[in-house]
Design a protein around this ligand. Structure first.
Ligand code: HAM
Length: 435
């Protein structure tokens, strides 16, 4: 019997994989434009990193981590997100010694043990950016603009950028007592989880998705009303920068992100109408995290976007991504001698950077032509028969429906001319030499 893939994971099959590649190309391009360099960290980390970084009382750490002991009895965890790892790498490799701010991005799988549903997986992929080493509120605006810019380039529409400020440890202290005062009399209405968190981290109650907890916390004091002058000023500059660039957003004073490291700016990008899992990205500032993880005090701001959710939203909005996986040439053969020539010719054309394929199942010429049609190849090269005796092949332009005879020695040049955009520059001269 077949052993199936684990629940909440996906196989990305041909056809779909090209969409991922396109998405990844757009991401790398925008990172280049915004001045971000890639960082690649391990898929698993010591468990303590996430306990300290993400926060002991978050859902992610309490319920959703894939944690295991390795053979050396070390507790390891498959990364549930990328910020803690990036900050760990920043500190461990002394990157704070480089000119700051440092702008890093990552792209890869994350793991959360949650109940799978549409748009929610146990292995999913994030594109994230982290800017380390500056408190400038313009950077908060910059990362939001970058995320919105990417969505727009991909063709997504009707997005909502939700924005909040969760304050700093100073104003949060004030908010915390006001919130506790509000919640304690309603304690019995809260779920067990929230009752437990009420003491240590009452803000988490605002993030609880339970209906009873949401009802009980309706009208609770929000951080925005308790901001210290510094945080209020920061929030104002962030908003002004977004206004200046006419980036629409809504101030959502109940937006509490699911991770504990945020200070000041917190944001989320929502696509209405794609179901319960409608957040396609989120982020914010985390000025205390680097220190928490053992580094020198260093502010940070960033985001992560869920790639599965972006692709889902694109599909639901009817946006087709260009996949560009078209075969350039299909080589058809007639007879054993022709197969040898065809194989050699195919390799020669591939070395020019062209996508070329041939039949490997001994099909009839008619069946090969059918296969060529299905493959979407722009040209078919027929090797065999009388033409081969003349050291020539037949080239059929599938779009124009025209056929020409081309001498074998000229085929590289002939194809290179017609498929100019596909030919690798460095090999063009070689192509002409190879003949
Ligand atoms: P997050 O909000 O936990 O933030 O995740 C960011 C995005 O990852 C979500 O908006 C969603 O699109 C996607 N995502 C999360 N969980 C799942 C899941 N189970 N299945 C599919 N997609 C999912 C963070 O992870 C922070 N590290 C973001 C950040 C970076 N903040 C500052 N810098």
């Amino acid at each position: 019997m077949l052993v199936n893939r684990p629940r909440g994971t996906n196989d990305i099959l041909p056809g779909q994989a090209e969409k991922w590649q396109y998405l990844e190309e757009q991401i790398r391009q925008i990172c280049f434009e915004y001045g971000f360099s890639e960082i690649r960290t391990p898929i698993f980390e010591q468990t303590e990193l996430f306990q300290r970084g993400v926060g002991e009382t978050t859902d992610v750490v309490e319920k959703e981590m894939y944690t295991f002991l390795d053979k050396g009895e070390t507790s390891l965890t498959l990364r549930p997100e990328g910020t803690a790892s990036t900050v760990r790498a920043f500190v461990e490799n002394g990157l704070y010694g480089q000119p700051l701010p440092l702008k890093l991005y990552y792209l890869g799988p994350m793991f959360r043990y949650d109940r799978p549903q549409a748009g929610r997986f146990r292995q999913f992929h994030q594109f994230g950016v982290e800017v380390l080493g500056s408190r400038d509120p313009l950077l908060d605006a910059e990362v939001m603009i970058m995320a919105m810019d990417l969505y727009q380039r991909l063709g997504l529409s009707n997005l909502e950028l939700h924005l909040n400020s969760v304050g700093c440890p100073v104003c949060r202290q004030q908010h915390r007592s006001a919130l506790r005062q509000f919640l304690v009399p309603r304690e019995n209405a809260l779920c067990d989880n929230c009752r437990r968190r009420l003491e240590r981290n009452p803000m988490r109650v605002l993030d609880c998705k339970g209906e009873k907890c949401q009802e009980a916390s309706a009208g609770a004091p929000v951080t925005l009303h308790h901001l210290c002058p510094d945080c209020a000023g920061h929030f104002r500059v962030v908003r002004e920068a977004l206004d200046e660039l006419a980036i629409p957003y809504v101030v959502n004073e109940r937006l509490v992100r699911g991770l504990d490291y945020y200070t000041q700016t917190a944001f989320e990008i929502i696509v209405p109408g794609i179901g319960a899992q409608n957040s396609i990205g989120g982020g914010g500032r985390y000025d205390g995290l680097v220190e928490e993880i053992g580094g020198p005090p260093t502010p940070g701001v960033g985001f992560a976007l869920g790639l599965e959710r972006i692709l889902l939203a694109l599909e639901l909005q009817g946006v087709e991504l260009p996949t560009g996986s078209q075969l350039n040439i299909f080589v058809c053969t007639l007879g054993a001698e022709a197969r040898k020539t065809a194989f050699e010719l195919m390799t020669r054309l591939r070395r020019l950077g062209l996508a070329v394929n041939m039949d490997y199942l001994g099909r009839s010429l008619k069946a090969q032509m059918k296969q060529a049609g299905k493959s979407g190849a722009q040209f078919v090269v027929i090797v065999g028969g009388e033409e081969l005796e003349r050291q020539a092949v037949t080239v059929r332009d599938m779009t124009a429906g025209q056929q020409t005879e081309v001498a074998l020695v000229d085929i590289g040049e002939f194809m290179a001319e017609r498929l100019e955009g596909n030919v690798r520059l460095f090999s063009r001269r070689r192509a002409l030499k190879i003949k």
